[in-house]
Design a protein around this ligand. Sequence first.
Ligand SMILES: Nc1ncnc2c1ncn2[C@@H]1O[C@H](COP(=O)(O)OP(=O)(O)OP(=O)(O)O)[C@@H](O)[C@H]1O
Length: 334
Amino acid sequence: MIELKGLTKIFPTEEGTFTALDHVDITIRDGAIYGIIGMSGAGKSTLVRCINLLERPTEGNVLIDGEDMTALSPKALRQKRRSISMIFQQFNLLMQRTCLSNICFPMEIAGVPAAQAKKRAMELLELVGLPDKADAYPVQLSGGQKQRIAIARALASDPKVLLCDEATSALDPTTTRSILRLIQDINKRLGITVIVITHEMAVVEEICSHVAILDHGKVMETGTVEEVFSNPKTEAGRKLVYPDGVILDPVKTARVVRIAFNGGSSYEPLIASLAIDCGVKVNILGADTKNINGQAFGTMLIGLPENEAEAAKAIAYIKGQPYVTMEEVRDYHG
Ligand SMILES: Nc1ncnc2c1ncn2[C@@H]1O[C@H](COP(=O)(O)OP(=O)(O)OP(=O)(O)O)[C@@H](O)[C@H]1O
């Protein structure tokens, strides 16, 4: 388990001080894929550097399996750091070394005999799907292939934790998806805990089970991805989930209801079946729904028919649907 407790980082600046992390509390259980999402300047990079103690927190603790990283001697810290591997946006491969030699590098440093390191590196090349690239140089690889080699290198020290710092931000959407699949596969097969640091919702939606929203150095919300993204409770959460806000069309309606989709059903069949099962047509005034793992989340504003009996029928029907909650919007003015 990884526990960040009251993690605070204050930088001295010309004007005084700047608080980049402000009492961050996050608990990540073993084997999770945990997303930490925030806009530019939220403190993500500072948090990453504090987790592996490349940066010393001003206050607070980083506990890994109950052991406080901030209390370790420099030697013990170097040892412990091997259990946390990182991959980066820019891959950070050594360009003058072959792929095999890049993967062997952390093992060389740890004193693993060359033959054993080479054998392990070949296994890792196989694991990341590039067994034929052992003798290639990074310059000969695509971005996605470079990240695969970087992942193989990160796994060479048999880490317990893989920290992915904007690892797919330099990749196109298709390659991003394939790298995320690989990370997910590694998490499942090797049981490695993964921390995904990103500014991209899609990345968190794609592979994370839990998420923390970081804003101005503070954790604003934490929970399962479904919980947080379906119903963001803070302004920072809403900005991330609905960057453009809920878009409404100018139709004026007497009665408006807001439907929240909490997964399990899709909004399109609901509106269609309202028409088919009840013979009631409604206006969709605005929708901001998202499909997460095949389930609908988000909210939709519906204008009910002016006929009271039809409106009541529609309300009863919607209330009877699973995974959907409904409330009347009293102050809607189109
Ligand atoms: N050494 C430093 N001295 C002073 N301020 C710093 C220092 N390092 C970071 N900051 C400030 O802390 C805040 C958080 O920076 P950080 O790089 O952690 O954010 P981020 O979420 O990673 O942003 P980005 O996605 O743009 O990289 C920023 O306002 C930054 O200017």
